[in-house]
Design a protein around this ligand. Structure first.
Ligand code: PLP
Length: 447
């Protein structure tokens, strides 16, 4: 085992070092090499070291350089050194933290992390929390608690009796809602299409004045950090109005919620803590390895009602039993990396990570604008939308940027315009990476 793990550490370290010199996107040859994986199920065993060597030989060149310093696609984030190291140790531990009895360390690290996270994100202490796969499932988990609570207020026990015959729930979203939230609503039986969509402004912010009057069971879904522009819905105003009507307010803050941890950007999340539930990702801006999402619910009892699991063979002790708060029973111990990330950063390191990424995003926008490109959004956070002209030309430039390999940025559509989206989300990105990437993008744009 020791020889294998040492070989793995060497292989992984070499992989990360090589990322600096190779194209961020895998080469066409590397992708062709993947065909070697198309073989029938092997009849005979293979030595574990050989399995790893094969994986590295075929797999490593075919990876997207997401762990490197110049990957700006989607909203991805790298892995902090302490988080990656903790992830390896957690793999060796192989803990299942569904119950304290099953994994004391796995559950305690979640308990501690939950307190730290609520503190760092400026959310109400004592809120319930669930450690899940990502913001999609975090939205699902928090909205299940919302569904439970708004129907309970109207005398209906949805967890026991289901939705058939229940009073209808009004669900309000902004028109630029993330598709994963709509998917979560569909999975909860609240419908992908029966939502009330509120118009938004040019940055994707919900227009508070356009909110419909609410009555009966209602859930209002806000966004903290639009996936294209980084913009925030006016949470303070909407929370007041929604709560006066007895509605539940949920916030999808997959990456934007982390702005709360920086004194410089905390103004963006004004009013967000007044909501009733929040979803975010740790694998995005906290820079822990995939997969890692978080749901927080002010009324922990509502979350527990929606997620509770009881069976005589599953001992419930005096501790917080994680499986009472998550969709899953068995799962990996995500608190390990989250704890390690927060322990290694501290409050100041986390604020520095957020502020550095936001500063580098502004640097991208300024340099590209000077280079003659059009910036389509107000760069308030870590997201930059760049246009190189009409849709066809913008797509062509994006393709050239990806083929050049210095950096990787993807396309998006923003309110009828095609754009290149730059998301600065990794601890590893430095000023020189922005300079090199800007040069590569401008080269692609003048070709
Ligand atoms: C990324 C993102 C999601 C989905 O998160 P996953 O971790 O991919 O499930 C939801 N909402 C917003 C605003 C996002 O940026």
């Amino acid at each position: 085992m020791r020889a294998l793990l040492n070989l793995t550490a060497e292989t992984a370290a070499r992989y990360l070092e090589n990322l600096e010199d190779r194209s961020v996107a895998p080469s066409p040859e590397a992708l062709v090499g993947l065909t070697e994986l198309n073989e029938p199920l092997p009849e005979l065993p293979m030595d574990a070291g050989c399995v790893l060597e094969m994986l590295d030989r075929i797999g490593s060149p075919a990876t997207m350089g997401m762990a490197g310093r110049r990957y700006f696609g989607f909203v991805i984030g790298g892995s902090l050194p302490a988080a990656l190291a903790a992830n390896w140790l957690a793999g060796a531990w192989d803990q299942c933290p569904g119950l304290f009895a099953a994994s004391p360390i796995g559950t305690v690290l979640e308990e501690v992390s939950l307190i730290w996270l609520l503190d760092a994100l400026k959310l109400p202490a004592g809120s319930g929390g669930a450690f899940v796969t990502g913001a999609t499932v975090a939205n699902l988990t928090a909205l299940a608690a919302a569904r439970h609570a708004v129907l309970a207020r109207h005398g209906w026990d949805v967890d026991a009796d289901g939705l058939f015959g229940a009073p209808p729930i009004t669900v309000v979203v902004g028109d630029e809602v993330h598709p994963s939230l709509i998917k979560a609503l569909g999975m909860l039986g609240l419908g992908r299409s029966r939502v009330v969509r509120v118009p938004v402004d040019g940055q994707g912010r919900m227009l508070a004045a356009e909110m419909p009057p609410l009555s009966g069971p209602a859930i209002v879904c806000l966004q903290a950090g639009n996936v294209n522009t980084g913009a925030f819905d006016p949470a303070a105003e909407i929370c007041v109005r929604a709560h006066l009507a007895g509605a539940w307010v949920h916030v999808d803050g997959a990456f934007g919620l982390w702005a709360a941890s920086s004194p410089k950007y905390a103004h963006l999340v004004k009013g967000v803590a007044d909501a009733d539930s929040w979803a975010t990702d740790a694998h995005k801006w906290l820079n822990v390895p995939y997969d890692s999402g978080l749901a927080f619910v002010r009324n922990a009892a509502a979350l527990k009602s929606a997620m509770s699991l009881t069976a005589a063979y599953l001992p419930q002790g005096g501790h917080r039993e994680p499986s009472q708060y998550t969709p899953e029973l068995s799962r990996r111990a995500r608190g390990v990396e989250i704890w390690a990330a927060l322990k290694s950063l501290g409050r100041s390191g986390l604020a520095d990570l957020i502020e550095r990424n936001c500063r580098l995003a502004r640097r991208f926008a300024e340099a590209l604008e000077q280079g003659g490109c059009e910036i389509l959004n107000e760069v308030v956070l870590n997201q930059v939308l760049v246009s190189f002209g009409d849709a066809a030309r913008t797509r062509q430039v994006i393709e050239r940027v990806q083929r050049d390999g210095t950096c990787w940025c993807g396309p998006t559509e923003w309110q009828g315009r095609t754009a290149m989206r730059i998301s600065v989300s990794s601890w590893a990105t430095r000023d020189e990476d922005v300079e090199r990437s800007v040069a590569a993008i401008l080269r692609a744009a003048v070709m």
